[in-house]
Design a protein around this ligand. Sequence first.
Ligand SMILES: [Zn+2]
Length: 185
Amino acid sequence: MNARVAKILQYNEVFVDNELYLKYTTSKYPDRKIAILSCMDTRMTQLLPAALGLKNGDVKMITNAGALLTHPCGSGIYSLLVAIYELDVDTIMVVGHDDCGGKALNGVEIVEKMRARGVTQDALDHAAEHFMPVEEWMTGFGDVEHSVQHTVEIIANHGLIPKEIEVFGFVMDPETGLLRAVKND
Ligand SMILES: [Zn+2]
């Protein structure tokens, strides 16, 4: 274990010993019946729930790089299906943000970095064969409004998601937390 993880575990003991968890007590069911798919950006870890007035227990939070659904049967959709069928979610908010690191990813550069750190051609070929070439997979999504709209459409048109589920797209300012709606085309 490294020192940064050790520090986290050390705090964890203090947290539990002092019963600091008591104010977070809730159930696994989201009180507002909403799931939010957003980005893992560190600026929004606490800003997003704070700016939307959300407390522990209100919503299902699903975060990944870019608030994306990269595969129709991937972990993002899996999480949404669990939220809908097991946890009574009936509304989904997709929340991208300005200045997202996922916007301008360069897949070719990432593959170069992988090679420099010992990733083999076999591993790259395996990914290409079973999913898609890593250069394409790891390429940025470009315009955030367009990306959010695309994700909303994937959810709205997904064969495993009931038609009555409502899906809305937004972009957040990662400095102020201001949310703006993405217009449906
Ligand atoms: Zn982001």
